[in-house]
Write a protein that binds this ligand. Structure first.
Ligand SMILES: O=C(O)CCC(=O)C(=O)O
Length: 426
């Protein structure tokens, strides 16, 4: 029987399945549809890394017994440590970075830098993600539905039971009735937005299309929740240029975007600058080689998304194609629990490469890799690194950060919307 799903979808389904524990094996997924999992930041010599301790690499795949629930994480047995797939045999080249560390070219224009950020930098990035990037004017996924306090994270640390009211309670009767009627009229009719890549449309066309955007519909059913509960429900925060999720484009109705965090921009420029891009693109056809020589001077991230994942959250396969420059680096930072990341090509029929992204890792996507499908089908339970566990001398803020990340992962990613020199006019 042939499987109608493209290879990417099959791999996604495989890793989402919570009966799947041992990573090297792929159940019912023909090897030609999905490649072996690469864990490039796994320490070679030590056996006590968290992914191994949690049992993710610890036993060969055993098919689940029909009718039996998957074993709970804590009960997972550890067996023989699976062999580390040979990255060279998997077509992954290693490159020496300017800071003396090693990076890996994991696919066209995509470089994985294991452990780029040390413990102190990870703690600082986690604290910024939770305490700073969640503050106005940065939009948050929950803003549409809740009148969030501006100091959400401070309250999470000091008064997590503080109630937060849903926005619909602020509506007067007429407004509520008209919104209820609109919700009933449009129920189940939400159109699937399939926009062309922004770089093929150009600035004026993107602006024209998203001028019709009226914002997302407020939930009329949301109940009052505590700050503690809502901190766990935040799905994303937006940095810099504002991304409109329902039109899949940026809001160009202003020519003055929200300032992108300067420290984060500096960290992203630095990581782009340590990569020997000439080696990354060695052997690539001219038409697929971006003008990387200029990046050390003119790479300037101006937008980004902070993704907040609880252990059950996933991110569907997608291509980031709303930026007007389609080949400049996208810098993606992993923090907290490890994730299973699928990196494909521009075609979902191609088998994706599964990678484990661990806390402190950086993945840079550039050139053709910027137009590659990718997604996160699984956050790996029990994979929090030891250095992010609570310590007695943690400050109250760091203790709250560690409490939040103890069941979660954060991904901070930064992009550049405009080609250098382009001046958007609202
Ligand atoms: O969480 C990740 O590692 C990937 C995030 C991502 O793909 C995105 O925000 O577009």
């Amino acid at each position: 029987m042939t499987n109608a799903h493209p290879a990417f979808r099959q791999a996604e389904k495989h890793f989402k399945n919570r009966a799947t524990h041992a990573l090297p094996a792929l159940r019912n997924v023909p090897p030609a549809l999905c490649r072996p999992v690469l864990d490039l930041s796994r320490p070679d010599s030590c056996e006590d890394d968290e992914v191994w301790l949690a049992g993710w690499w610890g036993r060969a795949y055993e098919p689940p017994v029909t009718g039996q629930r998957p074993r709970k994480t804590k009960e997972r047995p550890r067996g023989e440590r699976a062999p580390h797939p040979n990255h060279e045999a998997e077509g992954v080249r290693s490159i020496s970075l300017a800071d003396g560390k090693i990076g890996y070219v994991v696919s066209d224009g995509c470089v994985l830098i294991p452990g780029h950020f040390d413990t102190a930098a990870q703690e600082a990035l986690l604290t910024a993600s939770l305490a700073e990037y969640t503050r106005p004017p940065n939009p948050l996924s929950l803003d549409t539905h809740y009148a969030l306090p501006i100091n959400m994270f401070e309250l999470y640390a000091s008064a997590p039971d503080r109630p937060v009211l849903p926005r619909h309670l602020e509506l007067d009767e007429d407004e509520r009735a008209s919104r209820t009627e609109e919700a009933q009229r449009t129920a189940g009719t939400r159109p699937l937005i399939e926009t062309a890549p922004a770089f093929t449309m150009g600035f004026d066309e993107v602006k024209r299309r998203n001028a019709t955007w009226t914002g997302d519909a407020m939930s009329l059913k949301a109940g009052t929740k505590s700050v503690g509960a809502l901190m766990k429900e935040i799905r994303w925060a937006n940095l810099g240029w504002v991304y409109q999720w329902s039109t899949k484009s940026y809001d160009f109705s202003t020519d003055t975007p929200i300032p992108f965090p300067p420290d984060l921009a500096k960290q992203c420029r630095e990581v782009v600058n340590i990569v020997p891009w000439d080696q990354v693109y060695a052997g690539t056809e001219a038409e697929n080689t971006p003008n990387f020589a200029a990046w050390s001077e003119d790479y300037e991230p101006d937008t980004g998304i902070v993704n907040f994942y609880q252990l059950n959250d996933t991110l569907m396969a997608h291509v980031d194609r709303s930026e007007l420059d389609n080949s400049r680096p996208l810098v993606s930072i992993s923090l907290g629990h490890a994730a299973l990341f699928l990196l494909g090509s521009g075609d979902r029929a191609d088998p994706p490469r599964p990678l484990i992204l661990r806390s402190g890792d950086v993945l840079i996507m550039s050139g053709r890799g910027r137009q590659a499908y990718h997604g996160v089908p699984r956050i790996l339970e029990d994979s929090l690194p030891a250095h992010l566990r609570p310590r007695e001398d943690d400050s109250p803020t760091l203790a709250a950060v560690k409490r939040w990340i103890s069941t979660a992962r954060i991904n901070v990613n930064a992009r550049q919307v405009f080609p250098p020199g382009f001046k958007p006019v609202a």
